[in-house]
Design a protein around this ligand. Structure first.
Ligand code: ZN
Length: 242
């Protein structure tokens, strides 16, 4: 079974379509949240995602902010204004879909969360301290998370028994033979200075994990961001991948 793992699509339909095409036929698609926010195509992304085979998805902080009626003071000005604009764009049906997304999903071997298993919507796992706390929290061998927009993984170091952080580049297949936390990077807004859309593939029989990157037409997305009146910064950052 081949599973496509994606996160942080952030209303970027062109990047999402490039990833779907690049991944080819898959048996299931697991999404780690933040379908919306920042980008110009929230409804198109939600509609496309929901039609994918075996699609399951957890709720991200942007999904929560867009579909909730709480204030948005946790967000900086530009993320906040994108959230307010997204609220106006999203159809009532898609708003309901975002609102009803679960915060975590647990399969036989994987815990799925946007931020972290213990604080699913908000916590970032970017250092070994937060990785260790979450490894001790989960009851499955593996966790899949997004939120940092970085294609990184944390696995147990056999000598120290502490989590070790690795940044993953395309073409390096990892055998998942020790407990670990895996992040596929971001489809719609990569932040590792590589502007290509990032995603992960699990081969469930071989238990392998691999990161892939897909090029897409960034200029087209930038033009739609300008047209929608979204913050210009959200367009500029796509070209540089931050
Ligand atoms: Zn995000």
């Amino acid at each position: 079974m081949k599973i496509l793992v994606i996160s942080d699509v952030h209303s970027n339909l062109t990047a999402l379509e490039a990833v779907i095409q690049s991944a080819g036929a898959v048996d299931a698609v697991w999404c780690l949240g933040d379908l919306v926010g920042y980008g110009p195509d929230p409804n198109e992304c939600i509609d496309t995602l929901r039609q994918l085979p075996g699609f399951i998805c957890v709720k991200g902080n942007h999904d929560s902010a867009v579909s909730g009626n709480k204030n948005i003071e946790q967000f900086n000005d530009e993320a906040g204004s994108a959230i307010l604009l997204t609220r106006q764009m999203v159809t009532p049906e898609n708003m309901e879909y975002l609102r009803n997304l679960p915060e975590t999903l647990i399969t036989a071997k994987f815990t799925l969360a946007h931020g972290s298993p213990r604080n699913p919507v908000w916590e970032y796992i970017i250092d070994s301290h937060s990785a260790l706390a979450n490894m001790e929290f989960i009851e499955t061998p593996y966790a899949l998370v997004g939120h940092s927009h970085l294609p990184i993984m944390f696995t147990r170091d056999h000598h120290t028994d502490r989590p070790r952080r690795s940044y993953l580049i395309p073409g390096k297949q990892i055998v998942m033979n020790s407990n670990g936390i895996f992040n596929p990077g971001s489809v719609g807004q990569p932040r590792d200075n590589d502007p290509r859309a990032s995603y992960g593939i699990i081969d469930y029989e071989a238990m392998t994990w691999e990161i892939f990157r897909a090029e897409y037409d960034i200029r087209a997305v930038q033009n739609r961001i300008f047209k929608a009146g979204l913050p210009i910064k959200q367009a500029m950052r796509l070209a540089e991948g931050w």
